[in-house]
Design a protein around this ligand. Structure first.
Ligand SMILES: Cc1ncc(COP(=O)(O)O)c(C=O)c1O
Length: 405
């Protein structure tokens, strides 16, 4: 940090703006454009990058209006190489591993336990860097798209008859073997990359800090990364205030929500099945870091039932989005906190959308066909099946009542 203070805040923002989304490799990546803040000792030739970050932060005008808000923004972290925010951290971890190997270190493979998105990201970056990857997934608990990603990228995919927490315990044992390098977010290299999402949000808002940021939480690495990004900007004089941070959890997997209600007294739970499968975690490894972050950011933890998360995702889809279930959890939290008056109508709020809705076809289809357990779907829009007949088509149009208002 003392080396970084040698440049002024204005010099940093100017440098970051000059590099943002340009082609001078590797600085066009929104992670590596902030390389001095992320991993300064890494040699550029070690970087494994697929142009991560730089995802859209858009003004959710219509959805905001429905909630009586005029300053609601959605940060689409799922618009990235492997379709989730995990790429922001994985580029850093895999680049460092590449440098360790180049310098003669003995790493046989990188390995992770995953609820789907981490393994997709690790497999892609390891393949790009020419490094063997092992992924441990809870069998039958990740979406088809997420399962296919590491398969396509040539990782050794191990589908275990357990849940995420079970996979995590096995990979932690595996990584005691010197040759197996742990790639889960308890490895702080991941968080160094993920913290850039905070910097990028502020950069996209012309170096202004939002009042509130809402983020879905599972293993709870991302929330501490977000907090670290905001705190680093404050330490280096780029910003003057900190946002309030809200973590949103599925009611079926809500250990942090329970801790929040008990004055941060945390106890692991067994997570129940939820459509928000990437956050079906009962014993989050980064819980302590997350609580410290929330204590410094007027933290709130909110939960969403299966009906609430599915309906929030679908309702926002009707305003042009295409939300994954985890983003649905964050949007449901927003709706509930607005109703309770804990988020003000005038606040500038950023919802972090963590993955692409395109990975969660079964969730979407199940919702519109009213097949999701515990979900009373209020915003369905099933296709109307018709014979090849002009009059039937006309009648269907004339009698349709489910138009977007
Ligand atoms: C889509 C999505 N959202 C949210 C999360 C939660 O992030 P974290 O585990 O850092 O809390 C994950 C992590 O697996 C994820 O894949």
């Amino acid at each position: 940090m003392s080396a970084l203070t040698k440049q002024s805040a204005e010099e940093w923002t100017q440098l970051f703006d000059e590099r943002y989304k340009r082609t001078a490799w590797p600085y066009g990546s929104a992670v590596w454009g902030k390389k001095e803040w992320v991993c300064p000792d890494l040699r550029n030739e070690s970087v494994v990058s697929m142009d991560e970050g730089g995802s859209n932060l858009f003004w959710a005008e219509r959805f905001g209006r429905e909630l009586g808000m005029n300053d609601l923004w959605v940060k689409l972290c799922g618009n990235s190489h492997t379709g989730s925010f995990k790429d922001l951290g994985m580029t850093v971890l895999v680049s460092v591993v590449r440098q360790i190997i180049a310098d003669g270190g003995t790493i046989r493979a990188v390995a992770c336990a995953s609820t789907g998105d981490t393994s997709a990201s690790l497999a892609a970056y390891a393949a790009a860097g020419g490094i063997p990857a092992i992924v441990l997934l809870p069998r039958g608990k990740v979406s088809t798209a997420q399962l296919l990603q590491p398969i396509a990228n040539g990782a050794l995919v191990l589908a275990l008859d357990t849940d995420f927490d079970g996979c995590m315990a096995v990979v932690q044992r595996l990584s005691l073997d010197e040759g197996i390098y742990l790639a889960n977010s308890m490895n702080s290299l991941r968080l160094e990359g993920q913290k850039t999402v905070a910097i990028e949000i502020v950069q996209q808002l012309d170096w202004n800090v939002p009042d509130v940021v809402i983020i879905p939480g599972g293993n709870l690495g991302n929330v501490s990364a977000l907090g670290a990004g905001f705190e680093m900007m404050a330490s280096l004089g780029l910003i003057k205030k900190q946002p309030q941070i809200v973590v949103a959890q599925a009611e079926a997997a809500n250990p942090l929500f329970r801790a929040y209600q008990r004055d941060w007294h945390f106890e692991p739970i067994e997570a129940n099945p939820t459509q928000a499968s990437a956050i079906q975690i009962g014993n989050p490894v980064s819980v302590r870091k997350a609580i410290r972050t929330l204590e410094r950011h007027q933290g709130i933890v909110e939960q969403a039932s299966e009906s609430e998360l599915a309906d929030a995702a679908a309702r926002a889809d009707r305003t042009g989005m295409y939300n994954c279930p985890h983003t649905g959890v964050a949007l449901a939290a927003l709706i509930k906190l607005r109703k309770r008056g804990l988020i003000d109508a005038r606040s500038r709020v950023v919802v972090v959308s963590t993955a692409s809705g395109l990975k969660f076809t079964d969730f979407k289809l199940g919702y519109h066909e009213q097949r999701l357990p515990e979900v009373n779907a209020l915003h369905t829009n099933a296709p109307v099946e018709l014979p090849n007949d002009y009059d039937s088509v006309r009648r269907a149009i004339d009698t349709h009542s489910g138009w977007n208002p």
